[in-house]
Design a protein. Structure first.
Length: 229
């Protein structure tokens, strides 16, 4: 037997999303232990590291991969075509940067965030409006007012992190190491245009997945304006 104090620790990272990922991780750990290799092996569920970013869990209390597995188990595949489009879009966005990293043999932790210079929520909305060819009427309200009215950051209002400083780290992640590794930022206007094209190709998914209805939005604005703000 090996002395645990002298063992190197090995983390096996897996994503519990079906397809045998967990079973493969468990089997690998079992084989390593049977061979009595000088490693202390621990299984790490990837989703446990990213729960705070899981919008669907914040809405339903169920992790995204658990929802996916439940859909397959019950044969609920009616919306699969839309999920597939979203997956394809995600692959398209990240394909180029990932190929660049592989070609260069880059290793380490890189945060692919952007833009290179910080953008405000207002400038992001302006870009969305310009690409869509629309002229929205913007009403800026106090963050605490929204919280008091039961509005959930991000899930109710995408890209809004809320007034809690503990969540603001998402806006402060440094992209410099990723840029130094050769990664480039995709123009926001291009992402908006592709997202809008996908959205218009499947009009039945409008506002799909977000509890902020047009009626609720109008009601919140009425309450805010009634306060004389």
């Amino acid at each position: 037997m090996c002395d645990n104090s002298s063992m190197n620790k090995v983390h096996i990272l897996f994503h519990d999303a079906g397809g045998g990922h967990r079973n493969a991780a468990v089997a690998l750990k079992a084989v390593i232990e049977q061979q009595q290799r000088p490693w202390k092996v621990e299984l790490v569920q990837f989703q446990e590291l990213t729960d705070r970013l899981d919008v669907l869990r914040r809405l339903t209390g169920i992790r995204i991969q658990e929802q996916y597995n439940k859909l397959l188990q019950n044969g609920w595949t009616l919306g699969a075509v839309y999920l597939l489009r979203l997956l394809q879009f995600t692959i398209r966005v990240f394909h180029g940067p990932m190929v660049t990293l592989l070609e260069n043999g880059t290793t380490g932790v890189l945060n692919g965030v952007g833009p290179a210079t910080p953008a405000t929520l207002g400038s992001t909305i302006e870009t969305c409006a310009e690409v869509a060819g629309s002229s929205p009427s913007l009403h800026w309200v106090d963050g605490q007012f929204l919280i008091d009215q039961g509005v959930e950051p991000w899930s109710d209002l995408p890209m809004w992190l809320g007034p809690d400083p503990a969540e603001h780290w998402l806006d402060c992640t440094d992209p410099a190491p990723a840029m130094a590794a050769g990664l480039t930022h995709r123009p926001l206007a291009e992402t908006v245009a592709d997202t809008l094209a996908w959205h218009r190709a499947a009009p039945e998914t409008r506002r799909w997945g977000f509890p902020m209805s047009l009626q609720r939005e109008a009601a919140l604005l009425s309450i805010w304006q009634a306060r004389g703000r």
